[in-house]
Design a protein around this ligand. Sequence first.
Ligand code: FAD
Length: 444
Amino acid sequence: KKILIVGGVAGGASTATRLRRLDEDSEIIIFERGEYVSFANCGLPYYIGGVIQNRESLLVQTPESLKARFNLDVRVNSEVIEVNGKDKKVKVKTKNGEEYEETYDFLVLAPGAKPIFPPIKGIENKKIFTLRNINDMDKIKAEIKKHNVKKATVVGGGYVGVETAENLKHLGIDTTLIEAAPHILAPFDSEISNILEYELVNNGINLMTSEKVVEFQEDKNEINIKLESEKIVTADMVILSIGVSPDTKFLQNSGINLGERGHILVNDKLETNIDGVYALGDSIIVKNYITNEDCAIPLAGPANRQGRIVAGNIAGREEKYGGSLGTAIIKIFELTGASTGLNERALKQLNISYEKIYLHPNNHAAYYPGATPITIKVIYNKKNRQVLGAQAVGINGVDKFIDVIATSIKFKATIDDLTELELAYAPPFLSAKSPANMVGFIGE
Ligand code: FAD
């Protein structure tokens, strides 16, 4: 068998390595447009801030290591520009402009998603940067150094924007974060994101919510960011992170079904409408695990797990992807915020009747030194009592709590089931009645 994979980072690399584990003989070729494969996108903001100091540690694998360990043919600086599903071949363009074709038995599309550039006046300004890959990160680092950046503005208060703002602040840069919506971090309801916003402000980030950028203007060595409110923010550089859109332009004439915004449409085996062509990761539409509705969830965990499933299916194992919950977590200075499942805003839109529980337990026994509170919100279905979602903010223990709830939702637990969870307890780690048990007790 000959298998071609488009995109060599999270989803593409996972597919390839799993495929090799399942099948020693197939020819597996990965095409990656960029210079690097299998790098740690999630670490990029932390290298900018100097928290991660070793750039090489972000390069999880190299073409050479993938060849040596998994016998993969990895071709970097190679962009797939056309897919011909009828004749089962793709056209590849190399960095120096050469084009060639490659045939396949199976094709895996993992091109990911790219930062959105809105059609705002002045958007092409050279002081505007985005952060998706190692090259973007290098450019941001170089700009900070070369122009001795003192003032930066991040536009967009999603995960990447907030992490980048924190890391710029670590470097001593005066940082403004502008968000068009009333609150940052859309997965949280407003009373929870409020706490995270306080943390940003308390740490010196100039946070501007409900502010929409309408124009970027060059101003000598600076850039002026004009807002709809007529305010003007001045910066030495701008990081634009208002979201991502699927990187699927090369599929436009391929006959592969795409959604309204260009996402690749797949069935539960992650197969497209074209025989032998699979897709995964940030570029596809998935089912929401709870509601079964179509949605886009651009996260590393789902991309990696989908990679395993695609590999399994190509190897003839009949594996299915059961949908995404959107479980996510963020560190904001001293605080951690995490969420899973549906929030209240989503439930109102879906007209699902729900109950919610708030509580503020300690992360471990109060009498053991160092206990800190966690603010918790859990939402469950009023009719069948199934847990639908949770959000938590605190200093410690937030990751553990959310992962327990995410696991419970995955196994369709009701709020009452949480009373029965038996979790690892000793005073330095948890309370005998864990926060998850407490949620259940309140809901009973
Ligand atoms: P990608 O990892 O983006 O890989 C796609 C690759 O395909 C790209 O390298 C691209 O160059 C290549 N490509 C595209 N088109 C072509 C073509 N035509 N030919 C050849 N190659 C092509 N997720 C989390 O869950 N937690 C986090 O903390 C987190 N932090 C993040 C921080 C940053 C700064 C960024 C940018 C993302 C972060 N993510 C995080 C999201 C996560 O990285 C993505 O969900 C994940 O990488 C998606 O995997 P993917 O394989 O679909 O796409």
